[in-house]
Design a protein around this ligand. Structure first.
Ligand code: SF4
Length: 169
């Protein structure tokens, strides 16, 4: 199997963050707070640029495009993944589990950091499994952050269009 060098220059910069959090975080849980920073910044970017983060900057997206691509059969993922109800179901499930675990860990800042690392590791394992079964970006079809960005992007473009229409009146 020939290795194909791919990925955008920005992804080659951000991919190291994926390894830093998912691997380094196992020894140094405070690295999990890097994920918190991203989770807070992503919605703002998404409002203006929809899924720009996913295609250009996401560290895990970079890992999927650069590394997992090499091992993926590149088959279409199940149609179920495109259903909004399923995607929001995955979103709700992951956020509920996260909220419960956050409540339990609250006050222990090492444990909170570890929770972010754990979330990154578990969802990355799912992303890798889906990648070797279907295609490297199959996880991105149901990733809670992707679902959120898409909705915020649509909202942002609606608001933008309305504002432009009002200015044209
Ligand atoms: S869908 Fe999720 S994992 Fe995929 S690129 Fe976007 S934020 Fe990253």
């Amino acid at each position: 199997m020939a290795i194909q060098l791919r990925g955008k220059p920005s992804q080659w910069v951000t991919i190291w963050l994926f390894f830093l959090i998912a691997v380094g975080g196992l020894w140094y849980p405070l690295l999990g707070y890097l994920m918190l920073g991203m989770m807070l910044g992503i919605p703002l970017l998404a409002y203006f640029r929809s899924r720009y983060w996913c295609g250009n900057l996401c560290p895990r997206g970079a890992f999927l495009d650069i590394v997992l691509y090499q091992f993926s059969p590149r088959r279409p993922y199940p149609r179920l993944f495109k259903k909004q109800s399923f995607r929001w179901g995955v979103f709700s499930f992951i956020m509920t589990v996260f909220a419960i675990r956050m409540t339990l860990a609250w006050g222990n800042w090492l444990a909170v950091g570890g929770l972010f690392v754990n979330m990154c590791v578990v969802t990355s394992i799912v992303a890798i499994l889906l990648g070797v079964l279907f295609n490297q970006r199959a996880w991105c079809a149901i990733c809670p952050m992707g679902t959120l960005q898409e909705s915020l992007g649509k909202l942002g473009s609606k608001v933008h269009k309305k504002t432009v229409a009002k200015l044209d009146e």
